[in-house]
Design a protein around this ligand. Structure first.
Ligand code: NAD
Length: 364
């Protein structure tokens, strides 16, 4: 970082109020009041409807109702149905409860209406900290970035994450680590975001084995949520590279599950970039091995960590057809995101083939 520091840097702070702790949901009514909101709509997936109903009770007369219709990848048709309700019921604010799917719906309505949005995240995906919105229409996912997309408030309550199933906690945690890893070699990285990234990886690497051993362990859950917040802040602050590009390609082309795809691909993306981004690889290997290690081992160390936690390590286990490898490689090299190492089709095909089969990551 020393040489880069001399080059100067740009740091954009995220204008969002963050409330973090155990039992912090109790502060939601005062936050809604602080924004002078009188009729908020509570957004969730169908799976979290009961939690959303309890949140409505907490808000009392300031809650206009629960809209449990959020689904993954934020389809525009789902947003339009929610918008009709917002208009018909005179809604003046939004509370999203859940992971990236519920928060995505809150962002989609917020950016169209200008309504204030309070996010209550219950996974480690980090969407609440980003001015980014991905939406699907007719099977095509498009992503946009705007300050109007960022929620006004994020309330992180450790208690809400205790029931997140272990398998999903692990893959969602690896999703958060992915944001931090790519922030360490982002083209627009800066010292503040690099500190957040290293802290995020450290907290999650410490936390996830504890969560897997005892999903109700409040210390492990606190570290995991803290790491997820920092990982989300990395994603919201600097540009992402090859890893996120590959996840977007595979998610869009084969409808693969978001967190699991991140979990499988990250060790391979780390290995691909290790030589070109030795600072990232050295820091990551050091955290994973509890001491300084060879940069070249970072991808392997990460895959071993994920495997020990029971995370998937093969794209074929997520439902990707082998015949899709070439198509995915073609898509990945079309309009690639900036990456510390050039994105070469043959090397990407090798990476994808190994990730599909669940093989060890190499630097192709
Ligand atoms: P998700 O929001 O789809 O959640 C997965 C499932 O787990 C849902 O059924 C949800 O209701 C349930 N769930 C969530 N928290 C729970 C809890 N504590 N206990 C029990 N069940 C719980 O999954 P996700 O990985 O959080 O989000 C994925 C979506 O978010 C994708 O569409 C992705 O593109 C988007 N995303 C966007 C950004 C961004 O910055 N725009 C960042 C990350 C993810």
């Amino acid at each position: 970082m020393g040489r880069r520091m001399r080059d100067g840097f740009v740091y954009n702070g995220l204008p969002i109020r963050v409330i973090f702790g155990d039992g912090t949901l109790a502060r939601l009514p005062e936050e809604v009041e602080r924004l002078a909101l009188k009729r908020v709509l509570i957004l969730s997936t169908a799976q979290q409807r009961d939690q959303a109903e309890r949140l409505a009770e907490l808000l009392g007369k300031r809650a206009a109702g629960v809209h449990p219709a959020a689904v993954m990848h934020t389809p525009v048709a789902v947003t339009e149905m929610a918008l009709a309700r917002v208009t018909a019921e005179g809604i003046d604010g939004l509370v999203s409860l859940g992971g990236g799917s519920a928060i995505g719906l809150g962002k989609a309505i917020g950016v169209r209406t200008g309504l204030p949005h309070l996010a209550v995240p219950t996974t480690y995906a980090g969407s609440e900290m980003t001015p980014i919105l991905g939406e699907t229409d007719n099977g095509i996912k498009t992503t946009r970035r705007s300050g109007a997309i960022l929620p006004a408030v994020a309330i992180y309550d450790v208690a809400l994450t205790l029931g997140l199933p272990v398998a999903f906690s692990v893959t969602s945690g690896l999703n958060a680590i992915a944001h931090a890893v790519e922030a360490l070699y982002a083209q627009d990285r800066n010292p503040i975001v690099s500190i957040m990234a290293e802290q995020a990886i450290g907290a999650l690497v410490r936390a996830l084995p504890g969560v897997a051993a005892d999903p109700a362990d409040p210390v492990a859950r606190t570290d995991a949520l803290y790491g997820a917040w920092l990982g989300g802040a990395c994603l919201g602050s600097v540009g992402m590279a090859l890893h996120h590009k590959l996840c977007h390609v595979l998610g869009g082309a084969f409808d693969l599950p978001h967190a699991e795809t991140h979990a499988v691909l990250l060790p391979h993306a780390v290995a691909y970039n290790a030589e070109a981004a030795p600072d990232m690889a050295g820091r990551l290997a050091g955290i994973l091995n509890d001491g300084p290690q060879m940069e070249s081992q970072a991808g392997n160390a990460l895959q071993s960590f994920a495997r020990r936690l029971g995370a998937p390590t093969a794209l074929r286990a997520l439902g990707m057809p082998e015949s899709g490898i070439d198509h995915a490689a073609d898509l990945a090299v079309q309009s690639p995101y900036w990456n510390p190492r050039p994105v070469e089709r043959n090397a990407i095909r090798t990476l994808l083939a190994r990730a599909w089969a669940g093989e060890a990551p190499i630097t192709p």
